[in-house]
Design a binder for this molecule. Structure first.
Ligand SMILES: C[S@@+](CC[C@H](N)C(=O)[O-])C[C@H]1O[C@@H](n2cnc3c(N)ncnc32)[C@H](O)[C@@H]1O
Length: 274
């Protein structure tokens, strides 16, 4: 476990405020987190004991979705809110299908960005942009994006467990729409987003954790299945459609779960029609 004196810690990081990327890293078993993140996560686990399983389920969905897209012929990926590269990253997964796949990561947290820079220093086919994903012009016009991605050809836009850190509904929806609008036909969209499930008791526990996120550097907002589904307008959802993360094409590494709504995150993959 990394200590607060570790030399990987960027100078301008607030060590006294937990952050989404570092809390998530801790929940996934990573080592890029501080005491404040671990304390926050342990309190969240007390409120919602299955939160660690929910984080793993989201990450497993990301893996399966990237495999699906790469096998469907996608060779370019733009990962918005990519996080700390704790588990297998998108380029590592995509490169198993084709080492020529190109990946641009985007994150607005220093620790996530500096770890990605370290990991990607020797990977010419992938890069990281430090930006707020809502600044679409900055992300798309950034030299790393310009060099790696060709938007006249299909690009898969990924936003997993990230769009819900944009608190304003309109801004979140408009941000997603602006990325989808620039995509060529045949591009794909991989999305996962927090939602309050169907069961009152689970709902209340998640609502408690969401309240706790107000103390993080960015707070999280769960949204209705209808709102999440509307992000796919104009796209063709691939089967099984919008479902809880464990139910999206489970495989031998992630079997379907008995209570998939406890993952608290809806997931889907869609294709931009020709
Ligand atoms: C829970 S992590 C998810 C990481 C990864 N996408 C995954 O699904 O495994 C959320 C990430 O989104 C990033 N994030 C939140 N709001 C963002 C924004 N407005 N712009 C860019 N990144 C953002 C956070 O810094 C964090 O790294």
């Amino acid at each position: 476990m990394a200590g607060e004196n570790a030399d990987w810690i960027p100078e301008d990081v607030d060590l006294f405020r937990a952050s989404p990327s570092r809390v998530y890293d801790y929940l996934l078993g990573g080592g890029c987190n501080f005491a404040v993140d671990r304390d926050w996560a342990e309190q969240a686990i007390e409120k919602m004991p299955w939160i660690r399983a929910a984080a793993r389920s989201n990450r497993a969905f990301l893996r399966r979705a990237v495999v699906y897209c790469a096998e469907a012929g996608q060779r370019q990926f733009l990962d918005l809110g990519s996080g700390i590269p704790t588990a297998q990253s998108v380029h590592e997964i995509a490169h198993r299908t084709d080492p020529r796949c190109r990946v641009v990561y985007v994150d607005n947290e220093r620790v996530a960005v500096s770890h990605s820079e370290l990991l990607l220093a020797t990977v010419p086919t992938a890069g990281i942009v430090e930006a707020d994903m809502c600044d679409v012009d900055k992300v798309l016009g950034h030299p790393v994006t310009q060099e790696l991605l060709d938007f006249s050809r299909p690009v898969t836009v990924i936003s997993t467990a990230a769009l819900y850190y944009i608190p304003d509904d309109d801004l979140a929806a408009k941000t997603a729409r602006r990325y989808l609008d620039v995509l060529a036909p045949g591009s794909m969209f991989v999305l996962s987003h927090a939602t309050l499930g169907p069961h009152e008791r689970d709902k209340m526990k998640l609502a408690d954790v969401l309240k706790m996120t107000k103390t993080l550097t960015s707070s999280a907002t769960a949204r209705s299945p209808e709102w999440i589904l509307s992000l796919f307008d104009g796209m063709e959802l691939v089967p099984p459609g919008l479902v809880y993360t464990p139910d999206w094409r489970p495989d031998r590494l992630q079997l379907a779960e008995e209570s998939p709504w406890q993952a608290a995150v809806l997931a889907g993959v869609a294709r931009k029609p020709d």
